[in-house]
Design a binder for this molecule. Sequence first.
Ligand SMILES: [Zn+2]
Length: 203
Amino acid sequence: MKIILLGAPGAGKGTLAANITANFDVVHISTGDLLRKNIKEGTALGLEAKAYMDKGLLVPDELVIALVKDTVGKTESFLFDGFPRTIEQAKAIDTFTDIEKVLNLNIDENLLKDRLTGRRACKACGKITHITLQNGALGCKVCGGELYQRNDDNEATVKSRMDVYNNQTAPLIEYYAKQGKLIDIDAGRDSAFVFQDAEKLLK
Ligand SMILES: [Zn+2]
């Protein structure tokens, strides 16, 4: 299977990707992991990417696409998570592979905001929780450690991440809908239900 996961930050792409790879014979491809792996292995593309990163520059699109193309050429079954982010990237993918299905994690924007801004992490054990799950308790339910809000979960950052998503990535929904590949999944529910839906669609 050749699948793409689409969805705003916080819609649950990472969790769904983990559930799918645990239950299906499919390679999970995220561009961040791909970059790290190629740099670690010292491949030609990895070294090229590292030169940009060492200078504090963004790795150019063409280089990321070349890395993805290289990996896709070696596997029959993959799942993209967080890629493509733009129409240009989507068009590039279409030149070297045939995407079969695009799972779009649909979620109400206000629900998403509550999910992200209410998220807390434990300073001691790293456990991620949500203020609504604390039932008034102040400390971590696993170890009692102090909870904090991560920098990118504050209201201003969440708003700017959503704006970037809406401007750049949301047009992909239309792009894949026109190709007849888009499947909407209601992501405003527990991750187990989201996976149940995905499982039915992929079987
Ligand atoms: Zn803890």
